[in-house]
Design a protein around this ligand. Structure first.
Ligand SMILES: NC(=O)C1=CN([C@@H]2O[C@H](COP(=O)(O)OP(=O)(O)OC[C@H]3O[C@@H](n4cnc5c(N)ncnc54)[C@H](O)[C@@H]3O)[C@@H](O)[C@H]2O)C=CC1
Ligand SMILES: O=C(O)[C@H]1O[C@H](OP(=O)(O)OP(=O)(O)OC[C@H]2O[C@@H](n3ccc(=O)[nH]c3=O)[C@H](O)[C@@H]2O)[C@H](O)[C@@H](O)[C@@H]1O
Length: 459
């Protein structure tokens, strides 16, 4: 252990908590991961990772000497830094539900003692939550002192599926709070800021990577940076989807348009992929959260509302394309390829496939679904949906009338359609992620493209 090693407690072992714990342990700190979910803690103690995240199991295994898992908050008493990484799901009207943050603050407070401690909000929280957590600590910590117990906002920018790369090689580290507390955070993150750690085998450093920028700011600005970043990315995707709809109508191609505008460094090509629209646990929640903050201050946010509306419409665009080809879906066999909201994760939260399966069933179709990783989770979380689970892509496509590609898994990018099509009853493919790149003998519909992938159907 290096002499700059610190003691850290990480509250919440979801995507962000596990990412944070793995990162800090890899930087040489002593980390205790805390969760109220007994089953998760039991799994982690047994070396099992409760989520699918590439490379995470290998990294956790390699740093297990620096890691401990617990359902108790006792480790907080010896921690230099305590991270809050619990969920902030949307409540009524999109207002984030802070009950888990409040409960974490109330539970950790009695363990604060004379030891210098920084309490870090890593959860995405409404602007003003840092002050709220500080008040909760004041109310529940007998030995509370303003000088020794500071709240810092350190928002997380990792993406699921690439969490390790994003955590180890970030563009920027945003820190909001009192300068004394930010100094402690700078010490904690020193090997990350200086990039002096040894890159783990499961997440090598990209060749072109340079050190992250550090943004030292106030609590409020740090909290706002997180929301504004997610809202802007969501907006970018909705912009691409809106332009894609017009591309289809005027004979342009969104892929070429995105490349053309993305070459302007002021715009950038990333997050301009048209398709099924955004899913996942954060873009919907955080755009709604910002709108609700605006509402609280009697301030309209029409751009964000439009981004949400375009995203909602995008799911119907896919169904409309299918109906245009099939007329009625009654009695038709429709296959959905991809259930997770994006590749390389088994997270099903707000996945486009959920709404597609529900709508197809409602329209009378017999639905079959497949996902390389997320099917066991869907069995538990989507028990309310009616669909047949396919054991393989071949099984999923067997005697299908139509197929919708809802997630761009590599396995689906690599499919040999000429070998698969003969086993299908029909030949309609709605490629809602624009991944088919070579002409195939089927009715192929993509988003914002004039089906350059398709050739006239001969069957
Ligand atoms: N999922 C993602 O990719 C990202 C999420 N975020 C934000 O980070 C926060 C956490 O998100 P996820 O990791 O996805 O959440 P999650 O829902 O996967 O995990 C939250 C964990 O916190 C635990 N928990 C709840 N209350 C607790 C308490 N009082 N004490 C201890 N553990 C408790 C839950 O049992 C659960 O294991 C959210 O605010 C989210 O918006 C930010 C960036 C990326
Ligand atoms: O706050 C969060 O939770 C995180 O939200 C997103 O990360 P994530 O939701 O894990 O995944 P993304 O890669 O951003 O994809 C989100 C959704 O947008 C869709 N998307 C993404 C990019 C694109 O060009 N087009 C598009 O439709 C994806 O398919 C997916 O459904 C942000 O990218 C992270 O920076 C942020 O930390």
């Amino acid at each position: 252990m290096s002499n700059t090693s610190m003691n850290v407690s990480v509250i919440g072992t979801g995507y962000v908590g596990l990412g944070t714990a793995a990162l800090l342990a890899h930087l040489g700190h002593q980390v205790t991961g805390i969760d109220i979910d007994n089953q998760k803690i039991e799994q982690l103690r047994n070396g099992q990772v409760p989520i699918h995240e590439p490379g995470l199991d290998a990294l956790l295994e390699s740093v297990k000497g620096n890691l401990d898992w617990s359902t108790s908050y006792d480790s907080v008493a010896r921690a230099d830094v305590v991270f809050i990484c619990v969920g902030t799901p949307p409540g009524k009207d999109g207002t984030p539900d802070l009950q888990y943050v409040a409960s974490a603050a109330e539970k950790l407070a009695p363990h604060l003692n004379g030891h210098a401690q920084v309490i870090v909000n890593k959860s995405t929280v409404p602007i003003g939550t840092g002050d709220y957590v500080q008040r909760l600590l004041e109310d529940h910590a007998p030995g509370y002192s303003h000088e020794r117990h500071r709240v810092v906002s350190n928002p997380e920018f990792l993406r699921e599926g690439t969490a390790l790369q994003d955590s180890l090689y970030p563009d920027r580290i945003v820190l909001g709070g009192h300068p004394d507390a930010l100094q402690i955070m700078a010490r904690l993150y020193a090997p990350l800021i200086e990039q002096t750690f040894t890159p783990p085998a499961s997440a090598p450093r990209p060749e072109t990577y340079t050190r992250p920028a550090v943004v030292n700011t106030t609590l409020q600005s740090a909290e706002m940076i997180k929301y504004a970043a997610n809202a802007f990315l969501a907006l970018k995707i909705s912009f691409a989807n809106e332009i894609a709809g017009l591309c289809e109508r005027v004979g342009a191609d969104i892929e070429e348009v995105a490349t053309g505008i993305g070459m302007d460094t002021r715009i950038g090509r990333r997050f301009l992929n048209a398709g099924a629209g955004w899913g996942g646990s954060c873009f919907g929640k955080d755009t709604a959260g910002l709108i609700s903050a605006g509402r609280e201050h009697n301030y309209n946010m029409p751009i964000l509302q439009a981004a949400i509306d375009v995203n909602t419409r995008q799911r119907q665009v896919i169904i409309d394309k299918l109906i245009r080809h099939m007329r009625s879906l009654k009695g038709k066999r429709v296959t959905v390829l991809g259930m997770a909201f994006k590749p390389d994760t088994d997270d099903l939260r707000n996945a486009p496939a959920h709404d597609l399966i529900a709508r197809l069933y409602q329209l009378g179709a017999t639905v079959t679904a497949h996902d390389p990783i997320a099917m066991p989770r869907a069995r538990r979380e989507w028990a309310h949906l009616t669909y047949r689970e396919a054991s393989s892509v071949q099984d999923a496509l067997h005697r299908a009338d139509a197929v919708i590609i809802a997630t761009e898994w590599q396995e689906y990018r690599d499919l040999d359609w000429s070998a698969l099509l003969p086993s299908m009853r029909g030949c309609v493919i709605i490629d809602a992620r624009n991944i088919i790149r070579t002409p195939i003998d089927a009715h192929v519909e993509q988003i914002g493209r004039n089906a350059p992938a398709a050739v006239p159907v001969t069957r």
